[in-house]
Write a protein that binds this ligand. Sequence first.
Ligand code: 5AD
Ligand code: SF4
Length: 519
Amino acid sequence: MNEQQRKEMDQIKKSEDSADNLDRLKNLGSDELIGKYFQSTYEPPNLKKAKKRRREEVQVHYDHSIPPEMQQIGKGKKFLIRTYGCQMNEHDTEVMAGLLSEMGYETTNDTKEADVILLNTCAIRENAENKVFGEIGHLKPLKLENPDVIVGICGCMSQEESVVNRILKKHPFIDMIFGTHNIHRLPNLLKEAMFNKEMVVEVWSKEGDIIENLPKVRKGKIKGWVNIMYGCDKFCTYCIVPYTRGKERSRRPEDIIQEVRQLAAQGYKEITLLGQNVNAYGKDLGIEYGLGELMNEIHKIDIPRVRFTTSHPRDFDDRLIEVLAQGGNLLDHIHLPVQSGSSEVLRVMARRYTREDYLNLVAKIKKAIPNATLTTDIIVGFPNETDEQFEETLTLMEEVGFESAYTFIYSPREGTPAAKWEDNIPMEVKKERLQRLNALVNKQSAEAMKNYQGQTVKVLVEGESKNNPDVLAGYTEKSKLVNFVGPKSIIGKIVEVKITNTKTWTLDGELIKEPVEVN
Ligand code: 5AD
Ligand code: SF4
């Protein structure tokens, strides 16, 4: 870089408001030059590269270390992580909180108090991304007021080149951008951001190895996430996850079981096994071991409640059904995203099952587990979805008798196959379909709730109700939220509650067994 280029770059970096910083940098030289300016190893993320599924084996590492000069760097300082999106992100946040705590940082909820602010972002739909860009806008005055605060963007959005470019161009005040595959590098990246005072961009398009034993600060002491696998190889045509989270990589069963045992020993009452497509668990391990076997082992561990999410119908096998049918701590609430009730729409979504396949699977599950509760995810307004095809989603909703559903308007995601097709369902039609679907979801949920009137349910008490500190709130085995009056001493316990009133989404009840814990 010559003197003239350096001067111009410094000028560009200083001009906070310039909307075309990146173009000016680009005019000056190549991406490599930009990289030199921002960080020595800058390589823009690339969704095409992220799509590649490589043969080489994923290594598992059991050690991690924090650079010596970073070990105490956070003493007397605070961090704040805003988490958007799914449980996987929530769990990644727990790991980043663990790493920051190891460096001496404490947590805060107040942006003004924070020395490090991280936005752990979600890319699943456009509105998720808009929320993050809104928040980035809010953080700018804070950064101008306090230039020492480190602001970082991580999570799924960082894996997208368009997002990184937009941040480089329009939000040069951001100190670091890193992706989903290198969160364990947070201490090193923070070091670079602090000492080099240049924007640090480190996003790996290729998924990384599995790093065990990373520290975690879990959000609570009652329920815990346990990651069983990373990534997704399903490539549903609308979905960006296989690109942002890389290829499927399963943790070794012994590492998962050890983590569950630890949580049980620490008094956790519920765990949720996490993965983008948990039913593919074990396929990459090269041993005959799947989710069914894993759940069968976990079934024997003394922890009262075990859930898993998210399932893909295609890989939901008989062994898993057989294991789940044993009951005990394996709860019979199954979240089984269907996405559409039309075989033709499912075909273009590349879901690799038909409406009939799905209904057969549901029938098998209900036969083996008669009380099973099913919930789902549905997308409306997929390209070319006809009124008749949408009607098929409504009839499927009724036929299965889903007790609730997460419903979404299709949102094109750059880099996915569906984004190349015309997004040809007008927004009013999409909204109308969503409304009709939601009306049915609400009806079915309210009906399912009515069945609980007068019944006694087991509730894992999580704390005070969000809306009323005099009321306690917790979830039943089938994930229904119950509000009731009781002593605070039962928070964290499983108690019996008699349902006295039912609403569309929640139940009210009375504590019937004085603080006696039931499992
Ligand atoms: N548009 C709308 N919804 C989507 N989902 C995934 N990708 C998209 C998209 N591009 C939904 C699916 C998935 C859930 C997590 O998000 O229903 O199951
Ligand atoms: Fe996305 Fe789930 Fe399909 Fe994977 S299985 S591509 S995460 S919708």
